[in-house]
Design a binder for this molecule. Structure first.
Ligand SMILES: Cc1cc2nc3c(=O)[nH]c(=O)nc-3n(C[C@H](O)[C@H](O)[C@H](O)COP(=O)(O)OP(=O)(O)OC[C@H]3O[C@@H](n4cnc5c(N)ncnc54)[C@H](O)[C@@H]3O)c2cc1C
Length: 383
């Protein structure tokens, strides 16, 4: 019989991991999810042709943490998966991040060799160099290469020009902005790169399948949770709740946008089912110059499903900046101004001892799946 209680708000990968860890540490866990389903950013659907698609954008599990991998693998089998992303550039297919092969496709062999020599000389011992660092180099040819990346790969629509950096400093899954000094065209460099055989939804459903976990869907947690006017106590259904509350949604909403809304990016997605085995040559194709579709994902490459004669494409529209509404796909727009605003909210949150912020939205950091789980493990082990 559990005697300790905890509340988890939001059932994306962060909330599901935390709920499971709490249950296994002897807590009785009550979870609230605003949507009619769990999953958050990792929500998946099955298309009429049977293909499983990631509704909010292609997401791949990658990590250097054996601890995280051992944890997530408990909830479903994984298969090794090396993610490959291509850029559509002047009718050519260019591997991303840019590497020796891509430079040859774009600039021809001689110019590519010259660029690679310059890269090695300017950045000895560094495998992947960001567009930011190229721009800051003192080599005119490398500065041009940095500009090439910004103008041809990082679209205006993704709005990577926030603040002084073209790449959000915390963006762990944004490898488009790099050039690899060798010919490694794997999108990620982590030692573990894998996909769940049955998808991420199955993993998260298994995580919360525990007798000590109760789940309430379609429940805006802020209809059950409120802030006491003493500015230190959280009320649950009007009664002070001193036990841990894991909070994963946006923090500005919790404090009723007292200092203003935090900025997020969001994009629209649509799906196209096609009667052919495979439509594209890779899982993800970037088309940054297209004003309607900036990224096309062919899910079958990522799900390993054996469905012949059919495929599904996910088309992503240019991102726009917006404040968060519940359940939208989005990513925090991290820059100096937004971080200043965020830290005002984080300071308010610190005054509530039972409140624990977790995940990319509540913490306003572009965490990967692995980092989200690692944070959940660290948070719960601190109780
Ligand atoms: C387009 C895209 C691609 C990505 N690609 C990768 C990748 O390839 N590899 C990788 O490792 N990471 C990737 N990431 C990051 C990774 O998906 C996220 O870090 C992770 O899924 C975030 O999980 P979370 O639980 O912290 O947040 P979320 O998944 O956003 O979960 C928050 C949950 O809170 C719920 N909620 C909101 N408000 C309320 C409320 N008031 N009451 C109750 N519930 C509420 C939401 O409905 C949601 O379910 C990607 C992210 C995006 C957006």
């Amino acid at each position: 019989m559990n005697t300790k209680e905890a509340i988890v708000i939001g059932l994306g990968i962060s909330g599901c991991s935390a709920a499971r860890l709490l249950a296994e540490s002897g807590y009785t866990v009550t979870c609230f999810e605003g949507e009619s389903h769990i999953g958050g950013s990792l929500f998946e659907e099955i298309r009429p042709n049977g293909i499983r698609v990631q509704t909010h954008g292609p997401s791949v599990f990658h990590t250097d943490s054996e601890k995280v991998y051992q944890f997530i693998k408990r909830f479903g089998a994984f298969f090794p998966y090396n993610h490959r992303v291509f850029l559509s550039y002047q009718n050519k297919m260019v591997p991303l991040p840019l590497n020796a092969n891509s430079l040859q496709v774009i600039f021809g062999n001689r110019q590519a060799d010259a660029l690679l020599s310059r890269l090695s000389a300017a950045f000895p011992g560094i495998k992947r160099i960001s567009a930011d660092r190229l721009i800051d180099s003192h080599d005119a040819k490398l500065i041009d290469l940095g500009r090439f990346i910004i103008e041809n790969i990082l679209t205006q629509s993704i709005n990577r020009k926030d603040g002084s950096s073209f790449i959000p400093a915390d963006d762990s899954y944004m490898n488009d902005a790099f050039v690899d000094i060798g010919n490694d065209d794997c999108y990620y460099t982590d030692s573990i790169q894998a996909m769940p055989m049955q998808g991420f939804m199955s993993i998260m459903e298994n995580m919360i399948d525990h007798q000590a976990i109760s789940v309430y869907l379609n429940t805006d947690a802020l209809s059950r949770i409120s802030l006491h006017q003493d500015s230190t106590t959280i009320l649950f259904d009007g009664v002070p709740f001193k036990a841990p509350i894991i909070y994963t949604p946006s923090i500005d909403k919790l404090f009723d946008y007292r200092f203003g809304a935090l900025p997020y990016r969001t994009g629209k997605v649509s799906f196209l089912d096609v009667q052919t085995d495979f439509q594209n040559e890779c899982a993800v194709l970037l088309t940054p110059k297209n004003k309607d579709t900036i990224r096309i994902t062919e899910s079958k490459y990522m799900t390993l499903q054996d469905i012949s004669g059919n495929t599904s494409l996910m088309l992503e529209s240019p991102y726009t900046e917006s404040s968060k509404g519940m359940g939208e796909p989005f990513e925090p727009v991290v820059n100096a101004d937004s971080m200043k605003l965020y830290s005002k909210y984080a300071d308010l949150a610190k005054a509530y001892p039972s409140l624990h912020l977790l995940g990319r939205i509540a913490c306003f950091r572009n965490y990967s799946i692995s980092e989200s789980i690692e944070q959940a493990i660290g948070t719960v082990s601190g109780f």
